[in-house]
Design a protein around this ligand. Sequence first.
Ligand code: NAP
Length: 309
Amino acid sequence: MSSLLQLTPIGPLADALLAEMGAVRLWQEDAGWLARHGADVELLATSVRRGCDAAMLSALPMLRAISSWGAGYDTLDVAGARARGIAVANTPDVLDDCVADLAWGLLIAASRRIPAANRYVQAGEWRQLGQFPITTKVSGRRLGILGLGRIGSAVARRGEGFSMDIRYTGRSPRDVGYVFEPSLLALAEWADFLVVACGGDAETFHLVDAAVLCALGKSGILINVGRGSVVDQSALVEALEAGELGGAGLDVLEGEPGAPEALARRDNVVITPHVGSATVQTRQAMEQLTVDNLKAFLQDGRLLTPVKS
Ligand code: NAP
């Protein structure tokens, strides 16, 4: 059996299965373990939260494959691994439904102000003040998607059920029935709701800037289930405070964990703590896939879900 190193706890299922495969748990070893044994490690299990940077790669000169829990790979040195011929896997596909469900939950919650309405009832204001202010319609309106990948496509499919007019942007058009809009600015101008469903890297950094938010407009709503870094968060706060943007639903933030007061306290902003994939069923599937990728690699040298970037 190749020597397997696990960098971080992943979850009860994966941790147990990796232990059966003989994984060494780095967090339970002493500080000198890597220096003494790094050259023996051929397989690595990690997560998008823990990642695997260039320093870790150079501590593992015989590494052949990395299996990472999570769909994002912004914390993995994928280019460095590729340059050394190291195979890298993540756990996409199995989480698409849950992340898309949450995107829609945020979209409806932000536009219909469900959390604020709930607080209104809890505070006894329904009885004291009467009717809650009217809100914004969802069904039948314009849905723009930044990144029509696996998650973006699942968001779009749900949009069809809400009779939405759907357009998207990305680096290139896809063979789908929705209109491709090459310009994010033009997409934001057109859309009532803009859903960010792309990952975070140098290319997507602050793609959603002040101009895009202004184009989305006073009644527009921004949803982000991709990465916090895709949205210029200072510009988002400014647009909300100036009344230039209608609202936002955010599962991912810049500088997470935590949200700035200027976002957290607003009635037209709904924030969840990066829980897109956080259901029992999906988390189990992600853990299983993290292990299955390693088993497939051991069996025939091929990962089930290699990172595609
Ligand atoms: P995917 O299938 O690879 O889709 C990514 C999409 O982003 C593609 O449509 C791609 O379109 C687009 N994209 C990439 N670079 C771009 C750029 N520079 N400009 C515009 N569009 C760009 O990935 P996925 O599985 O759907 O996951 C997407 C991201 O969701 C992950 O990377 C992760 O950050 C995030 N995520 C969040 C949660 C959560 O809990 N909230 C959970 C899982 C994943 P083109 O190639 O055509 O440009």
